[in-house]
Design a protein around this ligand. Structure first.
Ligand code: CTP
Length: 410
């Protein structure tokens, strides 16, 4: 709920039916503790009232370059100097054309032109009919605006207010919020490929039943999201969980430990970092039945024989890529007791440079956690915090070790 704490965002609305989504976006940003200053074009006011936006942002809305509320009568200067970012959502085709030409005859485009380019990023959430979006003029304008320093957040695809279906819808408020939060995260992993395993595995007994565990996958999904926010290209190999895939992350769904191993080994040759957060079942039923095992009326329960599962992390860590230093492997240790001793033993047993210890019953299913980083130099406690906050710190710690900018903490 504090992902935008301390950030002041100017939310600009240009004219388009997607203005109705800007109300939700404004509310979502405020909920994440941002201060939001709304600026609207006259066309935007045809779609949603300044009253709505003022109520949601808790600030008077600006709409005119002649606004006498500003002592110097220069809202275009004052508003842009205060902002950590200007986000135009929706950004209409016409507004894009105006940005391209540096138009300055109404407040919103004037303010964009007057912003200090190096200090105040401009983010655009285009919204328009699919033909307008696909038109060469729009695509040309977008390429040039992008070259001029704006960040285009992309568009959604699907059913449009005009009744047509295709590309050009404004991204949903939750997606825009995720992109905005990501925008402000330090880009410590640009150019890296990160592979993450997450969640439990499911080991079938028969086509109906199986053995699994309490892992929710939340920590692994948070790690994937944090790595993506840091600029990495991320693949997430996920066991059976019901979680939304973080934006920009490629997800491969698997069931059993063997499937997780296969999916991981398919990705590992191109990865730079492997983070094994999954709670992989140590054993599987040795010969799962092809048919449902039925009660035979004798009152005797079936006896299951188990086989040991492959150790995914150890397999990857023993591979050529990891041993030659091209792949940095990070393990998680889920324990119930003696965390430091067990974590340190696993670090050695798996042959990895970093392991993250946590107490299983205190983390499974929870939204927060506390971690202990253990490497050859020592231990470092990450106190109780949300899983995404911990994941961001972990990503920063991994980056620090990769770039060797400062000696590891210990
Ligand atoms: N791991 C794995 N494949 C397995 C078992 C574990 O990749 N078959 C990984 C986990 O994703 C985690 C680390 O190894 O990163 C440690 O997992 P954990 O379950 O804590 O330990 P185990 O190796 O299973 O050892 P033990 O059962 O003795 O605690």
């Amino acid at each position: 709920m504090n992902d935008l704490a301390g950030k002041h965002i100017v939310l600009g609305l240009s004219g388009g039916i997607a203005c109705y989504k800007a109300a939700d976006l404004c509310r979502a940003m405020v909920k994440e503790s941002a201060t939001v200053q709304v600026v609207m074009t006259q066309a935007a006011e045809q779609f949603i009232t300044p009253v709505t936006m003022q109520a949601l942002s808790n600030r008077p809305v600006y709409g005119s370059q002649w606004d006498a509320r500003e002592p110097n009568n220069m809202p275009h200067i004052n508003l842009s100097r205060e902002a950590d970012a200007i986000l135009i959502a929706p950004c209409s085709a016409d507004f894009m054309a105006r940005l391209l030409h540096g138009s300055a005859d109404e407040l919103l485009s004037l303010m964009c032109l007057a912003r200090p380019v190096a200090q105040v990023p401009l983010l655009l959430a285009p919204a328009m009919n699919r033909e307008m979006w696909a038109h060469p003029a729009t695509q040309r304008n977008m390429a040039q605006i992008s070259a001029d320093g704006a960040h285009i957040l992309g568009v959604g695809s699907g059913f449009q207010a005009c009744g047509e279906t295709g590309d050009g819808r404004m991204l949903e408020p939750a997606e825009l919020l995720e992109d905005l939060v990501a925008f402000f995260q330090p880009k410590t992993m640009v150019g890296l490929r990160v592979l993450v395993t997450a969640g439990p595995t499911f080991e079938p007994i028969d086509p109906i039943r199986g053995i699994t565990n309490h892992s929710s996958g939340k920590m692994g999904f948070a790690v994937a999201k944090a790595a993506r926010e840091a600029g990495a290209q991320v693949t997430l190999v996920a066991g059976p969980v019901s979680l939304t895939t973080p934006r920009g992350v490629e997800r491969v769904d698997v069931g059993s430990a063997q499937q997780m191993l296969d999916a991981t080994l398919a990705q590992a040759p191109s990865a730079d970092v492997f983070i094994a957060t999954a709670a992989v079942a140590d054993w599987r039923p040795a010969s799962p039945s092809g048919q449902k095992i039925k009660k035979d009326g004798s009152g005797r329960a079936p006896v299951l024989a188990f086989a040991e599962n492959p150790d995914i992390l150890a397999t990857v860590a023993q591979g050529e890529r990891a041993r030659s230093g091209q792949l940095f492997c990070v393990g998680f240790a889920a324990e119930t007791h003696d965390l430091v001793t067990h974590a340190r033993a696993k670090l050695a047993r798996k042959g990895i440079p970093l392991i993250v210890g946590n107490i299983g019953p205190l983390t499974f299913g929870e939204d927060d956690n506390q971690l202990l980083l253990v490497d050859q130099f020592g231990t470092q406690e990450l106190p109780r915090a949300s899983k995404i906050a911990l994941a961001r710190t972990l990503v920063a710690e991994i980056s620090r070790r990769l770039h060797r900018t400062v000696p590891p903490a210990g």
